[in-house]
Design a protein around this ligand. Structure first.
Ligand code: 5AD
Ligand code: SF4
Length: 348
């Protein structure tokens, strides 16, 4: 195992079998996270970049088996934040010193291209970097967002196991999702993706494929989250909750893609009070403090127990900054573009 880790640190390239060996192993987790931490330090430094997360609508037309926002969850109280309020939240983010906001929602048809363009322009006028995380759209829609000034887009592939994907996301096509990623990259977005770890019937082999896929698609950001069963979904009795395996997938992603941005995800923190701290010491360099108004947060329930639920935007940010300082790291001073994306732009 030590040899494979050393190879990853030196070459940033591992075979599928080597990835599987490290994912299966239980004894070298700490060594793997430490190696990812060293590679993180060498390539992207000690700064942790903050992204203010605005969960602006919990309506979703899709029905993913694992997700609390799925359309068949009739017990969820749905909300949409109106455009002026979204812009006020973004302005508050700016006043708190944040340099990037992430707009996230379910796939909500209310937010037409026209409405999204209005929001994007409003946020860009504040001088903030903007990431969208609003699901599958046509190339034309993505182009309109890009033209309006959106910088980055997050769309997790969730799993590269096509059958597992299509079993879990009824009515959705894996190929269509991969096409969205190619379209976004072509349009010049910084492309964010990622996967869930611990879905029922997910294999270690497919997790290795996920990591190789992130490289093949030239992703600029990767968010890895443990699957956490939600009581109002068909997967309510599933096992889930695989924090160590999620951290290993994340660490291996850092080793293979040294210059990208990797968030310490909220789902990791939900499973253990030190989940995000472990991630930040195992390859992660981004945190996304939630800056949605407190009243709405409890309804943005992708999975239960989200740790950020009870706080105000200011409290969330304060908690994150304390965590960063307690680890001896610093808060990023600029908007923290992906080093990989910047290098690609320069060589164009
Ligand atoms: N557990 C963990 N993550 C989840 N997501 C959706 N449902 C769950 C769950 N039960 C993640 C998906 C999606 C992101 C917004 O939230 O990966 O892409
Ligand atoms: Fe909708 Fe995304 Fe949840 Fe699927 S994972 S139901 S697309 S919010």
């Amino acid at each position: 195992m030590k040899k494979i880790i050393e190879k990853a640190v030196e070459t940033h390239s591992l075979s599928r079998d080597e990835l599987i060996a490290l994912l299966t192993d239980k004894d070298y987790t700490d060594e793997l996270l430490q190696a990812a931490d060293a590679v993180r330090k060498k390539y992207v430094g000690d700064e942790i970049h903050l992204r203010g997360l605005i969960e602006f609508s919990n309506y979703c037309k899709n029905n993913c088996l694992y997700c609390g926002l799925r359309r068949d969850n009739k017990e969820l109280e749905r909300y949409r934040i109106d455009i002026p309020t979204i812009l006020t939240l973004a302005e508050h983010a700016k006043n708190m010193g944040l340099k990037t906001v992430v707009l996230q929602s379910g796939e909500d048809m209310h937010f037409t291209t026209e409405r999204m363009v209005e929001i994007i322009k409003g946020i860009k006028a504040l001088g903030l970097a903007l990431t969208l995380s609003i699901g599958e759209k046509s190339l034309e829609e993505y182009a309109a967002y890009r033209q309006a000034g959106a910088d980055r887009f997050l769309i997790r592939i969730e799993t590269t196991d096509k059958k597992l994907y299509e079993d879990n996301d009824p009515g959705m096509s894996w190929e269509a999702r991969a096409q969205c990623m190619r379209d976004l990259k072509k349009l010049g977005f910084e492309l964010g993706s990622g996967c869930l770890v611990g879905l029922p019937n997910q294999t270690t082999e497919s997790l290795a494929d996920d990591i190789l896929f992130f490289k093949e698609m030239s992703c600029d950001m990767i968010g890895i989250g443990p699957f956490i069963p939600h009581p109002k979904t068909p997967l309510k009795d599933a096992k889930g909750g695989m924090l160590d395996l999620s951290l290993k997938v994340m660490a291996l992603t850092r080793l293979i893609l040294p210059e990208i941005n990797i968030p310490a995800t909220t789902a990791m923190e939900t499973l253990a009070p030190n989940g995000q701290a472990r991630a930040l010491c195992g390859g992660a360099n981004v945190i996304m403090p939630n800056i949605t108004m407190t009243d709405y947060r409890k309804h943005y329930q992708l999975y239960p127990g989200k740790t950020t639920t009870g706080y105000t935007p200011d409290e969330s940010l304060e908690r994150v900054i304390k965590k960063i300082e307690s680890l001896g790291r610093t808060v990023g001073k600029d908007c923290g573009q992906s080093k990989k994306w910047l290098r690609e732009q320069q060589s164009k």
